[in-house]
Structures are given as structure tokens and as C-alpha cells.
Design a binder for this molecule. Structure first.
Ligand code: HEM
Length: 153
């Protein structure tokens, strides 16, 4: 589900860049992308305590992904500030908006790819240990498991 939402954000950002000459549409698309991304981060942090996983024993990939994700949110805030200045008539903000826009696209692309990598290798040392501790009880061969209720007593 989160990957679907993340894909939707990538599509919205691409549409927003294509609509860069139409400020009203451009602004709405980028603000929508920002709100969805912010919602994803709040959801992940509230349900999975992502920050504790990075502060605890976490692999370099999770570290990298968390750093890129934070930079993406900061780049959104920078783009919103620069965009508002442009709308207020500050022509000097345009070059900065283009440069940060490019950096943003690279960061958001990296975030998109590493999100798939993190979820496919999402076992931290802690969850691996927990899984190892649970295994002996579940590892009884199927033949040794009682099948009828009467055998279980
Ligand atoms: C991360 C999101 C964003 C990206 C990647 C982005 C990227 C861009 C790019 C590449 C341009 C074209 C610049 C040019 O060639 O002149 C542009 C224009 C512009 N952007 Fe953004 N932008 C983003 C968010 C925003 C936001 C949130 C606002 C408003 C608050 C905004 C306001 C504008 C305005 C006013 C223009 C000039 C449109 C025109 O040509 O009249 N942008 N943006």
C-alpha cells in the first residue's frame, strides 16, 4: 500500500514538473505530493517507530534511506518557500527553484528505489534475533505434530 502511494507521488511530481509553466496547477500538484509524502512518514513513524530502528542497531541501507527521506522533506519545504517568493515577484528565486527542483527529483527518485530495497531486506539484527528465538518451537517436523484433537491431550 505504501509503495502504491509512493508511486502515486512520483507520478504527481512528474505531472507537476510537466505543468511547471502553469503555476496554479503546478503548485497544487506539488503541494498534494508533499502532503502525501508527509502522511507516509507520519504513518511509518507512528506504526513502526522508524527513528528508533535507525538509532538502534540498523543497517547502512536503512540509514541511507532515512537520510534521503529527511532531505526530501526539507527540499519540499525549500521549494514551497522559493515558489511562494516567485509568486510574490522575486525573480532571483527562479534559479534556486530550478536547482533545488533538480536536486529534489534526484532525492525523491533515490527515496523511491531505496524504499523497495529496505522493505525487501527489512529484517534488522533485532528482528532476526527474535525470529531465531521463536524458531525451535515452530521447527517441529510436521509428522510430529498431533493432527487429531484426541492426540493433543
Ligand atoms: C518539490 C516540488 C517542486 C519542484 C520539483 C518544482 C520544480 C519547478 C520547475 C522545474 C519549474 C520551472 C522553472 C522554470 O524553468 O522557469 C518551476 C516553476 C515554478 N514553480 Fe515549482 N517546483 C516545486 C514546487 C513548487 C511549489 C510548492 C510552488 C509554490 C508554492 C512552486 C511555484 C513555482 C512557480 C510560481 C513557478 C514559475 C511558473 C512560471 O513559469 O510562471 N513550485 N518549479
Amino acid at each position: 500500500m505504501l509503495h502504491v502511494l509512493s508511486t502515486l507521488v512520483v507520478v504527481i511530481v512528474a505531472a507537476g514538473v510537466m505543468a511547471r509553466r502553469r503555476p496554479a496547477i503546478h503548485l497544487r500538484l506539488m503541494t498534494t505530493a508533499f502532503l502525501i509524502d508527509l502522511g507516509i512518514v507520519i504513518y511509518i513513524e507512528s506504526t513502526r517507530h522508524a527513528v528508533e530502528r535507525v538509532v538502534g542497531p540498523a543497517g547502512p541501507l536503512i540509514w541511507f534511506h532515512a537520510t534521503v527521506s529527511t532531505l526530501v522533506l526539507l527540499a519540499y519545504l525549500g521549494q514551497i518557500t522559493l515558489g511562494r517568493r516567485m509568486l510574490a515577484g522575486r525573480a532571483t528565486s527562479r534559479r534556486a527553484h530550478i536547482a533545488l527542483g533538480l536536486a529534489f527529483c534526484v532525492l525523491r527518485g533515490t527515496n523511491y528505489i531505496t524504499a523497495f530495497m529496505v522493505s525487501s531486506t527489512s529484517q534488522t539484527p533485532m528482528t532476526q534475533q527474535a525470529a531465531a528465538e521463536m524458531r525451535p518451537a515452530d521447527a517441529r517436523p510436521a509428522a510430529a505434530m498431533p493432527t487429531r484433537l484426541s492426540e493433543r491431550e
